[in-house]
Design a protein around this ligand. Structure first.
Ligand code: ATP
Ligand code: MG
Length: 507
């Protein structure tokens, strides 16, 4: 096989009708080839992808390169930053000798540039606060985040139903705890008459789990204002897509919280985005670093739900990219749906490693130019085996790609740079205040006060008036009490079950 035939095949494989991004240059026989640009068509970015490789091989920098190129095309991204090493993208990088040589060999000019960034958080870290209400979460995901068994999950579903019927908004954990306490004490006969018995042992266990979740910072995540998915799709005044970085460094040891949060987010994105027209480019690209955390310990049901949503979300123009050390970390049902594959070096220390290398090389298109299974272990830092989907959805020829260098800084931001971004963010102004409108907690507390006072033989009328005065002062914070049944139906479980039903009908 000669260089001429390689070039011919390569050009055929990596030239498209529509727009594309360039992620690097081809390498053959240890040589970086000039003017052999590895291009990925925007049209198939929503067909998802995998970025894999041993530690330190360049996965995170590859996400940075992809994010920068997408942002430059006006496509916003969301990065799940578990290691906290992504923020540098906000500032221009600096050229060093390594970058200079690499880019001149590819014949690709190097520019440095900073990108519009939003820093977000679901926990105590500084950033735009992502929140969801308990009712948006829905009973199934809420039970999962609490790690409940089937009986306990049944009680959770019952409480959601009760609150829905009684128009009691479940906004935060406080609401849920209060309702549970009410139903095991004063409200016991009421719920048992209408909905059946609930065991005190189970409700005790649920309360303990909720307290545990609060101690892990879960109370920061539940509540209002709940995050509007449309705010992930922003484009700045220069036409660059926003790079939304969700700071998740303190969630590594809480895989359940992380995976449930992810599934809820994907369900919300799916339900709120319209079907995509023919724009020929994605609406949003989501990168999930350390993706094994989502799949570890995931139940069969959760895996099925993730698989289904990954399959369906594509039609909304959303691409999901999983980043992990080993492709075997990703379940086969999900792996089979990933169009772009960027495989950095793998190490062959153990028999298990060798098996993983064999199985991932078998998943690549066959090539006369490379010995795939040998090359996987020999790739240098910032080099990867790449195959994408062309505009017709057919895999492009497998190529060893020397990744271009990120335009942004390859190191993290300083604390003052981080504060500067957060202080100047429109979104932090919108979301970084919590409010506590009248919901289950306040309604039930008022009800209990009334009960107490009636028992003390106080005139009931007066008490009712004073409690409504209290409500009035709560509401005077500027929020009218809007309670519609739709608020409750929006729960992620509702969305998921709808998706799953529709999907099985389509089959
Ligand atoms: N495309 C690139 N251009 C220039 N340098 C790169 C590139 N990719 C990787 N590097 C160099 O390699 C180092 C490690 O890369 P990176 O942090 O992306 O690895 P990783 O695979 O994400 O590692 P880990 O598994 O530990 O998260 C970077 O700090 C950088 O110096
Ligand atoms: Mg990394």
């Amino acid at each position: 096989m000669t260089l001429e035939t390689f070039t011919e095949d390569f050009n055929k494989g990596y030239t498209y009708k529509g727009d594309y991004i360039t992620i690097g240059g081809a390498k053959l026989n240890d040589e970086i080839l000039a003017n052999h640009f590895v291009n990925i068509p925007l049209k198939t970015i929503n067909r998802h992808g995998l970025i894999a490789g041993a530690t330190g091989t360049g996965k995170t920098k590859t996400i940075q390169v992809l994010s920068e190129q997408l942002s430059s095309k006006g496509i916003p991204v969301l990065m799940m930053d578990i290691k906290g090493d992504f923020s540098g993208i906000a500032q221009p990088g600096s050229e060093n000798d390594f970058i200079k040589t690499r880019h001149s060999q590819m014949n690709l000019p190097y520019h440095s540039n900073g990108f519009p960034v939003e820093l977000m958080t679901i926990s105590v870290q500084n950033g735009v606060r992502l929140r969801a209400t308990t009712s948006e979460f829905g009973p199934i995901l809420f039970s999962r985040i609490l790690d409940l068994n089937e009986t306990q999950t049944g009680i959770i579903s019952l409480i959601f139903k009760y609150c829905d019927d009684k128009k009691l908004p479940l906004l935060d954990l406080k609401d849920f705890k209060k309702t549970l306490q009410y139903l095991t004490n004063e409200g016991r006969s009421e719920i048992e008459a209408e909905y059946g018995r609930i065991s005190t042992a189970s409700t005790g266990a649920i309360i303990r789990k909720i307290i545990e979740l609060e101690q892990q910072g879960g109370d920061l995540f539940f509540g209002e204002p709940s995050f509007d998915i449309a705010d992930l799709m922003r484009i700045d005044e220069k036409g660059f897509g926003y790079v939304n970085i969700l700071r998740l460094t303190d969630i590594q040891d809480k895989p359940k919280l992380f995976s449930t949060f992810m599934l809820n987010l994907l369900a919300q994105v799916y339900s709120q985005m319209p079907e995509q027209g023919d724009s020929g480019q994605p609406e949003l690209v989501i990168f999930i670093d350390e993706a094994h955390l989502i799949f570890n310990e995931a139940s069969k049901t959760l895996l099925n739900q993730i698989e289904t949503i990954v399959k369906l979300i594509r039609s909304k123009g959303i691409g999901i990219y999983f980043i992990t050390q080993n492709p075997t970390d990703i379940p086969n049902g999900v792996l089979a749906q990933l169009g772009l594959k960027i495989q950095h070096a793998l190490r062959a220390f153990t028999e298990k490693d060798r098996k993983a290398i064999k199985s991932s090389s078998e998943n690549f298109p066959s090539t006369p130019y490379y010995k795939t299974n040998e090359i996987i272990t020999q790739l240098g830092t910032g080099e990867a085996l790449v195959t994408a989907l062309n505009e017709k959805g057919i895999p492009t020829p497998l190529v060893v790609c020397t990744m271009r260098a990120p335009m942004g800084r390859m190191d993290i931001l300083s604390d003052s740079e981080i504060n500067h971004i957060i202080e100047h963010s429109k979104l932090s102004k919108k979301y970084n205040h919590s409010f506590d409108r009248e919901s289950a907690y306040e309604i039930l507390t008022a009800k209990l006060e009334r009960l107490e006072e009636t028992q003390e033989n106080k005139p009931q009328k007066e008490t009712a008036k004073s409690s409504s005065k209290n409500q009035g002062s709560d509401l005077s914070k500027g929020f009218l009490k809007v309670v519609t049944s739709a608020t409750f139906i929006r729960g992620a479980f509702g969305i998921l079950s709808k998706i799953i039903n529709n999907n099985s009908k389509k089959k």
